[in-house]
Design a protein around this ligand. Structure first.
Ligand SMILES: Cc1cc2nc3c(=O)[nH]c(=O)nc-3n(C[C@H](O)[C@H](O)[C@H](O)COP(=O)(O)OP(=O)(O)OC[C@H]3O[C@@H](n4cnc5c(N)ncnc54)[C@H](O)[C@@H]3O)c2cc1C
Ligand code: FES
Length: 323
C-alpha cells in the first residue's frame, strides 16, 4: 500500500483510490472541482525526485510536468509521495451577477459581468467559486462581447452543492469568482464550409449554443450545421423557441429536438437517445467536425461512434460533464 505525506501527516492510499480521495477521506482541506481531470482545481506538486504517473499530468504545461505538478483527482500513486499545494494559487477573477432566469424546473441561465476585460472562446469553460470555496466547472454559452458578460446554463441538482446554492442564494448584484477560460471545445476558424454536427444532452447545450452563435454571427459559417439536443422530457428542451428562431434565420442551421422519455408530439420531437438519432442520421462523417457535450456516458460513447463513422479524432471536440 502506498503512502502520501501532506501537511506533515502521512496517509495511506487504499487500492483504486486517488490522491484526492485519500486526502478528502482524511478530512484534509484541499481544493477540487470536477474530480475528473478537467478543471485543474486540484493541482498539486510532488516534492520527491520521482516521476508522477503521466496520466495525472494530461493537460498540464510542459513546465508544470517537468516540475512534477499533477492532478490529484486522477492520480493513483505508483510510489510513496510527498505532496504540496502549488506555490501559485489559481488566479481568480471577479464578476457581478447581472441576470438570473429559470428557463425550466431545473435549469437556470446565469449571466455574470467580469470587472475586467476577459478573453475566451464561446464553448470553453471556466471554474466558478462561491464564498464557501465550492468550485465547479461551467461552459460559456455566449460569445465575447464589449460588456464582458458570460452566460451559463446551470442544471440545478436536488443535492447539488454549487447549483442549489446558485439557484437559491446567489442574487443579482452579488459577486462571484471565476477562473480563466479553459478547454478546446470551441469554434475553429479557417474552414467555414465544413459540415458541423453538434450533439448535446441537457445543459450540454450551453457550449454548443455558444459555438453555433459564434459560427453563424461572427464567422459567417456557410457549411451545414446540425444540432441535436436531447432530454428525457420536453421541459428539458429549454431553448426550443430560440433554436427554432435561429433555424428560421439561417438556412444552413438545422435543429432536431429529441426526447428519450414520454413524447407528447411525435411530429415535433424525434423519439430516442440523442446520440443514436444523430449518428444514425449521419453515418459518414469523413470531413465533418463533431462537438459532443453533456452526460459523460453519452459523450464517451458518441466519441467512439463518430470516430468509427469517419470523423478524424482531431475534429471531435468533447466536454463530458463528469460528476
Ligand atoms: C468541463 C465541464 C463543463 C461543465 N459545464 C456545465 C454546464 O455548462 N452546465 C451544467 O449544468 N453543468 C456543467 N458541468 C457540471 C458541473 O461542473 C457540476 O458538476 C454540476 O453542476 C454539479 O455540481 P453541484 O455542486 O451542483 O452538485 P454536486 O454537489 O457536485 O453533486 C450533488 C449530487 O448530484 C450528483 N450529480 C452530480 N452531477 C450529476 C449529473 N450530471 N447528473 C446526475 N447527478 C449528478 C452527485 O453525484 C451528487 O450525488 C460541467 C462539468 C465539466 C467538467
Ligand atoms: S478536480 Fe481535479 S481536475 Fe478538476
Amino acid at each position: 500500500m502506498k503512502r502520501i505525506k501532506f501537511d506533515e501527516q502521512f496517509f495511506e492510499i487504499d487500492p483504486n483510490e486517488t490522491v484526492l480521495q485519500s486526502l478528502l477521506r482524511n478530512n484534509m482541506q484541499v481544493p477540487y472541482g470536477c474530480k475528473a481531470g478537467v478543471c485543474q482545481s486540484c493541482l498539486m506538486r510532488c516534492l520527491d525526485e520521482i516521476p508522477v504517473p503521466s496520466s495525472s499530468q494530461i493537460g498540464l504545461s510542459a513546465l508544470q510536468q517537468k516540475e512534477n505538478y499533477f492532478l490529484a483527482c486522477v492520480c493513483m500513486p505508483e510510489n510513496d509521495m510527498t505532496l504540496a499545494l502549488p506555490n501559485k494559487e489559481q488566479v481568480w477573477l471577479e464578476a457581478k451577477v447581472v441576470e438570473k432566469e429559470f428557463v425550466s424546473d431545473n435549469v437556470m441561465i446565469l449571466t455574470i459581468q467580469s470587472k475586467d476585460p476577459f478573453a475566451f472562446f464561446a464553448g470553453q469553460f471556466v471554474n466558478l467559486r462561491n464564498r464557501a470555496g465550492t468550485i465547479r466547472s461551467y461552459s460559456i454559452a455566449n460569445t465575447p462581447n464589449a460588456a464582458h458578460t458570460l452566460v451559463f446554463h446551470i442544471r440545478i441538482l436536488p443535492n447539488g452543492q454549487f447549483s442549489r446554492w446558485a439557484a437559491s442564494e446567489l442574487d443579482i448584484g452579488m459577486t462571484l469568482s471565476f477562473s480563466h477560460a479553459q478547454g478546446n471545445c470551441h469554434y475553429l476558424e479557417g474552414k467555414s464550409e465544413q459540415s458541423l454536427l453538434l450533439i448535446g444532452s441537457g445543459t450540454g447545450l450551453a457550449p454548443l449554443y455558444g459555438i453555433i452563435e459564434d459560427a453563424l454571427e461572427n464567422h459567417h459559417h456557410t457549411g451545414e450545421i446540425h444540432l441535436f439536443h436531447g432530454s428525457r422530457d420536453a421541459t428539458g428542451l429549454y431553448f426550443e423557441t430560440k433554436l427554432d428562431e435561429l433555424s428560421q434565420h439561417h438556412a444552413n442551421f438545422h435543429y432536431t429536438p429529441c426526447l428519450s422519455g414520454v413524447n407528447p408530439d411525435k411530429h415535433r420531437y424525434t423519439q430516442g437517445r440523442v446520440n443514436q438519432i444523430a449518428l444514425e442520421k449521419f453515418t459518414k462523417l469523413d470531413g465533418w467536425r463533431v462537438y459532443l457535450c453533456g452526460q459523460s456516458d453519452m459523450v464517451l460513447q458518441s466519441k467512439r461512434m463518430a470516430y468509427l463513422q469517419g470523423a478524424a479524432l482531431k475534429e471531435i471536440f468533447a466536454d463530458a460533464f463528469l460528476s
